[in-house]
Design a binder for this molecule. Structure first.
Ligand SMILES: C[S@@+](CC[C@H](N)C(=O)[O-])C[C@H]1O[C@@H](n2cnc3c(N)ncnc32)[C@H](O)[C@@H]1O
Length: 207
């Protein structure tokens, strides 16, 4: 099973259920929210790539001039729209490597190791660069090696036992393949970027 099929089976809703989340994962999710609170200023136009059910744009909706969330899993987009859509926040079903929007965003995000589950990583970076054209206005949050024990626990709690571990990824019996990164690997994939540790198990990468 591919990650596409795993997401289509509704994995995200189980993963976002706090009951499945070890404390390290909850701390990481909270750290991402605090980071967004620090970065996103009043009146910004923001695109969230791999937005899932739209929780980050929902949180930011009162400060944004415009928010666009893109996800290839239509059921998540429908749910995001039901919860938060309308007004200044919009959700679109599309592939992150072929974003159906023009440039003109102040900031682009790809959060919660979403990029670490995407196959065309370079294509996604390129689209984020196109949509938010200024250096330093694109943010990835990705897992580091230190996340492995907490992720093993988290994945197994939402029904995906880890069956294979490599220096770059975990693979579960349900078919989820999720990568983790070293600073060196991030620099080789992203190029010029700023990397900051996040919650002890992840990195915030701006480029
Ligand atoms: C780890 S979840 C995170 C969702 C959301 N960012 C959050 O933090 O709640 C990853 C999301 O990326 C979406 N996704 C994965 N690959 C994608 C792609 N190539 N294009 C668009 N969306 C993708 C999945 O459907 C899923 O909703």
């Amino acid at each position: 099973m591919s990650n596409d099929a795993v997401y289509a089976s509704g994995l995200l809703n189980r993963a976002l259920d706090p009951a499945t989340q070890p404390p390290e994962i909850r701390t990481f999710l909270q750290a991402e929210i605090e980071l967004l609170d620090d970065i996103i200023a009043d009146g910004m136009a923001v695109i969230d790539v791999g937005c899932g059910t739209g929780r980050h744009l929902a949180m930011l909706r009162h400060v944004l001039r415009i928010g666009v969330g893109v996800d290839y899993e239509h059921a998540y987009v429908v749910e995001a729209h039901r919860r938060t859509g309308g007004g200044r926040v919009h959700f679109v079903t599309a592939d992150a490597a072929r974003l159906p929007v023009r440039a003109g965003f102040d900031f682009a995000t790809c959060l919660t190791n979403t990029w670490g589950t995407m196959s065309d990583k370079e294509g996604v970076l390129s689209e984020m660069r196109r949509c938010a054209p200024h250096a330093g206005t694109r943010l990835l949050s990705v897992f580091s090696d230190a996340s492995i024990p907490a992720r093993r626990e988290w994945y197994s709690r939402f029904g995906h036992a880890v069956v294979n571990e490599t220096p770059e990824s975990l693979l579960t019996d349900g078919g989820l393949r999720s990568e983790h990164f070293t600073e060196t690997r991030l620099r080789s994939l992203v190029g010029a970027c700023t990397i900051r540790p996040l919650a002890g198990i992840a990195y915030a990468v701006t480029f």
